[in-house]
Design a protein around this ligand. Structure first.
Ligand SMILES: Nc1nc2c(ncn2[C@@H]2O[C@H](COP(=O)(O)OP(=O)(O)OP(=O)(O)O)[C@@H](O)[C@H]2O)c(=O)[nH]1
Ligand SMILES: C=C(OP(=O)(O)O)C(=O)O
Length: 220
């Protein structure tokens, strides 16, 4: 691969985040949202093909811990997910016009750097590409090669939208952790089975879901 990547991770204002997990998480809902984003970010940052991670958020309670882990934080224009992603991508172009730009969902708590590396290597061969989520309905990664217009179509049935937009679906074996987004209690259990990162494992233990057995992203 002749270029590296800027990854943009969108993080919704915490008061509105992870509502489908509200009943299962009670007072720990916002902690879970930050933990899941922290594990996603940490795994991305140790991937050699990733030059930087740009978090787009309007929430200081998310921005603080994610900046401390190494993210560049960009303010959210607060006009929805794809606008937030485009704001992050515009910043990425200013910082490093010669790098690819990827959007990565924030809710991949089992993400393994080696699996993300395989996705980025494959993405380098296409102008626009994406990875469908584990349900085969949504999208967890959308990326463009350097200089290609960044046109994310996240939200709802976004796998079909990215296909319709001309992006190549990356159907690789062995990238379960990149596809395992967490929206529901069943998703959280599935991520637990793959191996949660340490931040999410700590919250999962508070929820009575697991022992604190999170592994560093480099070891998973
Ligand atoms: N910065 C930013 N991120 C967003 C916005 N809307 C959604 N996201 C992020 O996009 C991803 C998918 O979001 P959703 O599935 O809509 O929301 P969620 O908080 O994960 O879950 P629910 O509340 O259960 O829908 C998550 O990583 C969110 O943090 C937005 O307006 N701005
Ligand atoms: C916004 C999306 O994800 P989620 O499943 O988290 O709603 C999407 O897949 O486009």
């Amino acid at each position: 691969m002749s270029f590296r990547w800027s990854l943009v991770i969108p993080v919704k204002t915490l008061v509105a985040a992870k509502t489908r997990l509200a009943a299962a998480t009670g007072p720990h809902r916002t902690a879970l949202a930050v933990a899941v984003a922290s594990d996603t970010l940490s795994a991305a940052l140790i991937c050699p093909a990733v030059a930087r991670v740009i978090v787009v958020t309007a929430d200081p309670a998310a921005a603080g811990p994610l900046a401390a882990l190494g993210a560049v934080v960009v303010p959210d224009p607060d006009r929805g997910l794809n606008t937030a992603l485009r704001a992050g991508a515009a910043h990425a172009v200013r910082l490093a016009p010669g790098d690819g730009i990827g959007a990565l969902q924030a809710d991949l708590p089992a993400l393994r750097a080696a699996e993300l590396a395989r996705v980025l290597e494959a993405a380098a061969d296409f102008d626009q590409s994406f990875v469908a989520d584990a349900q085969e309905v949504g999208t967890t990664f959308y990326g463009v090669r350097p200089g290609v217009p960044f046109a994310p179509r996240f939200g709802g049935e976004s796998k079909a939208k990215h296909l319709a937009g001309g992006a190549k679906e990356l159907s690789l074996d062995g990238i379960d952790s990149v596809r395992r987004d967490v929206d529901t209690p069943d998703d959280l259990r599935a991520a637990l089975a793959l191996g949660l990162g340490p931040h999410t494992a700590e919250v999962a233990e508070l929820l009575g879901l697991s022992p604190a057995s999170g592994q560093a992203a480099s070891d998973r």
